[in-house]
Design a binder for this molecule. Structure first.
Ligand SMILES: Nc1ncnc2c1ncn2[C@@H]1O[C@H](COP(=O)(O)OP(=O)(O)OP(=O)(O)O)[C@@H](O)[C@H]1O
Length: 318
């Protein structure tokens, strides 16, 4: 059974002048100990999806089952209990931590709220600080403001791990860090996964990191999942023209290597007024009349790879 099952998730935001459909009809599963990455251009709904898993804010519709509990329909107490198994870390750890609070207080917060005794919390905080590569004797009494971005991300990971989550949503966790520190944080997340059987929902625009860390990848475009599958399949035989264009935007190590298709051209349409049918059709080299008339649903190409494109296995119209 999947650890996390997300079905038909939808979330709108009311903004001046209309409504943004941030997430539309998003479904996916994540197994225990697995990493699913969410990729796609800025504004495609990755963060909204990740945050909805934690109820910040809840989706408008759809269901989220975590470890068998439906977070969207369970009694509040049961949902809150189940939700502890899902924790989140953010891009800018420095601003997600109160700079004036001591590391030991920041990391213990979730435990204190859930009524764990002071002594048990202290022991658990020391344990988890060591697990993220920080020496409790050196850091526990210092304030968050004294640490670098990379160290703050370690503290944020400790703060999440202290609750013994089974899944960690990571929203661009390394995007604002120096390149050398990025690798350390990615390795730490991998260690957490191996050691504690943690599953990850990894949100990133860095496709090289996504390739190295993921088991499966979901590609989003204007609020929808347009392709999902095992990481090797997505990178070696992408089925959706959008995925192909996205992958083509990664600089190739060998410039003589042939390009896989058209690079991503055109403007991203407004999420307040997405094109009819397939939202990608206005930038797609394969678009035909059917793409304007009918929204493509995800269909299986093989080996669990699903693609929402009417013409996924065909070339451009001749
Ligand atoms: N609180 C909000 N109020 C209004 N609109 C929002 C809000 N949060 C997100 N949106 C809009 O919803 C859409 C999806 O945003 P989201 O942040 O989920 O995308 P994203 O793929 O994570 O982008 P990025 O990579 O830039 O973080 C965007 O059009 C965004 O402007």
């Amino acid at each position: 059974m999947a650890l996390l099952e997300v079905d038909n998730l939808a979330k709108q935001f009311k903004v001046a002048g209309g409504v943004v459909n941030a997430v539309r009809d998003v479904s996916f599963t994540v197994d225990e100990g697995q990493t699913l990455s969410l990729v796609g251009e800025s504004g495609c709904g990755k963060s909204t999806t990740g945050r909805a898993l934690l109820g910040i804010p809840d989706p408008d519709s759809g269901s989220i089952r975590l470890d068998g509990v439906d977070l969207t329909s369970a009694p509040p107490r049961d949902a809150a209990e189940a939700r502890r198994k899902a924790q989140m870390i953010f891009q800018d750890a420095r601003s997600s931590l109160n700079p004036r609070r001591r590391v030991k207080e920041l990391v213990a917060e979730g435990l204190v709220i859930s009524g764990v005794s002071r002594e048990a919390a202290r022991q658990r905080v020391d344990e988890v600080l060591r697990a993220v590569g920080l020496d409790p004797a050196q850091v526990a009494d210092r304030r968050a403001a004294e640490f670098s971005g990379g160290q703050c991300q370690r503290i944020a990971i400790a703060r999440a791990m202290v609750m013994r989550p089974s899944i960690l949503v990571c929203d661009e966790p390394v995007a604002s860090l120096d390149v050398s520190v990025q690798a350390q944080v990615v390795h730490l997340l991998e260690d957490m996964r191996r050691e504690y059987g943690l599953a990850l929902v990894f949100i990133s625009h860095d496709l090289a990191v996504v390739r190295s860390i993921s088991d499966r990848v979901a590609v989003m475009y204007l609020g929808r999942v347009v392709e999902i599958g095992e990481v090797g399949r997505i990178f070696s035989s992408p089925g959706h023209p959008y995925t192909r264009a996205l992958l083509d935007s990664i600089p190739m190590p060998d410039p003589r290597q042939p390009s896989r298709g058209a690079a991503l051209g055109g403007e991203l349409p407004s999420p307040m007024n997405p094109p009819s049918g397939c939202a990608f059709r206005t930038r797609c080299p394969m678009a035909r009349q059917r793409c304007a008339d009918e929204t493509p649903q995800l269909r299986t190409l093989g080996d669990g790879q699903q693609v929402a494109c009417h013409f996924a296995l065909e070339g451009p119209e001749s």
